[in-house]
Each structure stands twice: as C-alpha cells, then as structure tokens.
Design a protein around this ligand. Structure first.
Ligand code: SF4
Length: 186
C-alpha cells in the first residue's frame, strides 16, 4: 500500500491520541486540497500490508493509542489493501477513522460492508472550499458526512466535535507540517 507518512501522536484528526496514516494517491482534484502533494501515485512508497500492520502494532505496543486515522490522499483509492489492513488493525484499537473523497454511495456494497464491520467512523465526500464553514474539527466542508458505525464511540465523537477546530504544527522529515482540519481563510 502506498503510504507517505505515519505519525504518532496526532490529536487533531479524531478523538484522543491517535496514529495518523497518510496514504498516497487521489484523483478527485478538490480545489484547495490541503495535501495535493499526495495526489500522484508513487510505487516507490509501496509497503506490504503485513509490514504496515507490524509497524502500527509496534507503536501500539509501546504507547497509549486511542485510535488510528487513515487520511491522504484518499485511502479508498487503494481499497483492497486498505480493507486488508483494517481487518488487521481491528486487533489494535476499536476506534478506526477513515477519510475518503468518495461519497458512500459511490462505494460498492462489499466495501461499505467491510468498512462498517472494521471501523468506527467514516468521513465521506470531496472537499468543497465554498462549504468550509471553519467550524467542524472532523470535516473540511459541510457536504462531507460523518458515519459512526460503532455506537459505543458516539459520546467520544460528540465530545470531540463539540471542541471546535484545532491544528497542530509539527516537524516531520525536517519539514513543518500542519495537521488537522484547516479553515478556509488559513
Ligand atoms: S478527496 Fe481529499 S485528498 Fe483528494 S483532492 Fe479532495 S481533499 Fe484532496
């Protein structure tokens, strides 16, 4: 699976202290996407799913991890690898959040079924700059939807959503990156 970076701890892409995984590859071309450098597929950054899982498992074994967030890029542009990884990651945490630029109606039934079995939360839809209301800490624009598949996480996500936006600046590979949902007039 093509992966750009994996960072722990991230507190601005879902509740608690999370591992965040940025996948490579997205063909949606949303205006003012916050990660256009991840649009182009890059086979040189392909990592086998079992290796990825072992890496995530190692982070979880040494740290308190509240959840894992997959963002990108669009993780579901590598659907087969993602679904295989999600089935494994379920052993690490019950709270897995996946971002996708697809609307849920654009995904096939098997993919939706697998997601609803293995993850707690899906955020769907392309980023639409004119619908960015500078408010939600989980979605970039109001056309995007939050699907909570595990009832047990409702209160945790409600609490996170009530706190408003927060962006965390950090150094990664000698670059300053800004992690979180950004305001339109950033
Ligand atoms: S779907 Fe997400 S990653 Fe893809 S272009 Fe739109 S905002 Fe960027």
């Amino acid at each position: 699976m093509q992966i750009d970076r994996i960072i722990y701890p991230v507190k601005t892409l879902g509740p608690g202290k999370r591992i965040a995984v940025w996948t490579i590859g997205c063909t949606k071309g949303c205006f003012n996407c916050s990660n256009p450098e991840l649009w182009a597929a890059d086979k040189s950054k392909d990592i086998p799913v079992p290796d990825l899982y072992r890496y995530l498992e190692a982070i979880c074994s040494k740290n308190h991890v509240d959840g894992i967030t997959f963002t990108g890029g669009d993780p579901l542009e590598q659907a087969e690898e993602l679904l295989a990884l999600l089935a494994l990651c379920e052993k690490l945490t019950g709270d897995i959040l996946v971002y996708t630029g697809f609307k849920i109606e654009e995904l096939d039934d098997r993919t939706v079924n697998e997601l609803s079995r293995h993850i707690s939360c899906l955020v769907d839809g392309r980023y639409e700059e004119q619908k960015n209301d500078n408010k939600s800490p989980l979605i970039g624009s109001t056309n995007q939807r939050i699907f909570l598949f595990k009832e047990g996480y409702r209160d945790i996500y409600s609490d996170y959503l009530s706190k408003g936006r927060c962006v965390h600046n950090l150094f990664y590979s000698d670059k300053l990156i800004s992690v979180g949902i950004h305001n339109k007039d950033k």
